[in-house]
Design a protein around this ligand. Structure first.
Ligand SMILES: [Zn+2]
Length: 224
């Protein structure tokens, strides 16, 4: 296997300028599901709707394909490649779609990304990370690093200083602090996991540690 065919084990990325788009047909299909009240994404279709459940399911599947194309196989929050997540990546609504949340943004491209089960269901779940504006998406203030609106490298130092996969807050970023806390990015488990993944990548690719480290984290390896 050549080094280029080996996926990076983790990737912290911003999706700025990369959101998915819907064709006119898809847009009118989504219109047909309105009013969006929380339950339109999965399960039964409202009896009043003329849309077939199989078509809605196909639409939701297509959304995952579109997201994979812009995001790759990496959880947007913990950065892990799907093969290290312990589950398939799931479609995640950044401002949650529950009835008491933001169902109107269920198909908002800036509200859709992929995340692992641990980050999506166990850590974030229905936590309200927006500020309550349910009509204009980007007028919300988000309390965590937003994949489409924030450049992650301005908020977090990925793998700084010791080369041990440590993540720290940059520029005293409040969103950075909240993101690290919510997704346990600085836990011993995650830190050691990233460190081990860099080592394994080094072995698989034959690229020396410093260079593997640089490739994966985007930062220069500094030994202390
Ligand atoms: Zn994750």
């Amino acid at each position: 296997m050549s080094p280029t065919s080996i996926d990076l084990p983790f990737l912290f990325q911003s999706l700025m300028g990369k959101s998915i788009t819907f064709t006119p047909d898809e847009q009118s299909f989504i219109k047909g599901l309105e009013p969006l009240e929380g339950g339109e994404w999965e399960g039964k279709i409202k009896p009043s709707s003329t849309i077939r459940r199989t078509d809605r399911d196909a639409m939701v599947t297509a959304i995952k394909t579109k997201l994979l194309a812009i995001q790759g196989d990496y959880c947007i929050y913990c950065g892990l490649h799907e093969k290290y997540c312990g589950s398939k990546l799931q479609r995640e609504h950044i401002a949650h779609k529950g009835r008491d949340g933001y169902p109107t943004f269920m198909f908002e491209p800036f509200n859709l990304c992929l995340a692992c089960y641990r980050c999506n269901c166990e850590l974030k779940n229905d936590l309200d990370i927006a500020s309550g504006n349910k009509t204009t998406y980007n007028e919300n203030a988000f309390i965590i690093i937003h994949p489409y609106f924030d450049e992650i490298n301005n908020e977090l130092d990925i793998g700084v200083s010791t080369g041990q996969g440590i993540i720290k807050v940059k520029n005293k970023s409040i969103k950075g602090i909240k993101t690290i806390e919510l997704f346990e990015l600085d836990s011993v488990h995650k830190t050691l996991q990233r460190c081990g993944l860099i080592r394994a990548y080094e072995e698989k690719t034959g690229i020396k540690y410093e260079d593997a480290y640089h490739q994966i984290t985007g930062n220069k390896y500094v030994s202390k």
